[in-house]
Design a protein around this ligand. Structure first.
Ligand code: RP5
Length: 186
């Protein structure tokens, strides 16, 4: 029987230039989910980092309030499918990361997407204020949070992957050199 997720391709839910499946070869290790295609501008920064590090991943729209059954099915199958972490981005009353975490023990990394009226402070509070017992690792609002969630996922995988650990060290060293090379207009 085909996976219920085969119909959740982003070709119909996200802009046409976005990936509809793993951008790196192999069985996905990291799932990137978001509440709407409108979150893509933010969440693509997580996907870009995973692609840059060659981490097998997938990206899908899984809306907590518009697709609750799909959300539960995704969460229930995440572990059996081999996902090592789920990066979940949502805006407003952002239930997606918390509900995902409630249905799986695969680590959930929450990204608050900037919302129109409250600039993502609502998203941040919704994601970070999980009651005791069901943790969601929560990152910064917006693109920095999306990129950092992916870097955190890379760090988790690098604990058991020396090649990935070396890439992460090189990434850090490059950032250090870039900062040292910065000049000021004085
Ligand atoms: C949330 O509602 C999504 O994560 C998104 O940030 C927000 C708005 O969604 P759209 O109305 O743009 O589809 O579920």
């Amino acid at each position: 029987m085909p996976s219920p997720f085969t119909r959740l391709t982003m070709s119909t839910l996200l802009p046409s230039d976005t990936p509809s499946s793993s951008a790196a070869p192999g069985t996905p290790l990291i799932g990137v989910v978001m509440g709407s295609s409108s979150d893509w501008d933010t969440m693509q920064h997580a996907v870009q980092i995973l692609a840059q590090f060659g981490v097998a991943h997938e990206a899908r729209v899984v809306s907590a309030h518009r697709m609750p059954d799909d959300l539960f099915a995704y969460a229930e199958q995440a572990g059996p499918r081999g996902l090592q972490a789920i990066i979940a981005g949502a805006g407003g009353a952002a239930h997606l990361p918390g509900m995902m975490a409630a249905k799986t023990t695969v680590p959930v990394l929450g990204v608050p997407v900037a919302s129109r009226h409250l600039q993502g402070v609502d998203s941040l509070h919704s994601i970070v204020q999980m009651p005791k017992g069901i943790p969601v690792a929560t990152f910064a609002i917006g693109t920095a949070g999306a990129a950092n969630a992916a870097l955190f996922a890379v760090s988790l995988l690098a604990l058991h992957d020396s090649d990935l650990a070396a890439k992460l060290q090189a990434f850090r060293a490059e950032q250090t050199e870039a900062a040292r090379a910065m000049t000021l207009p004085v």
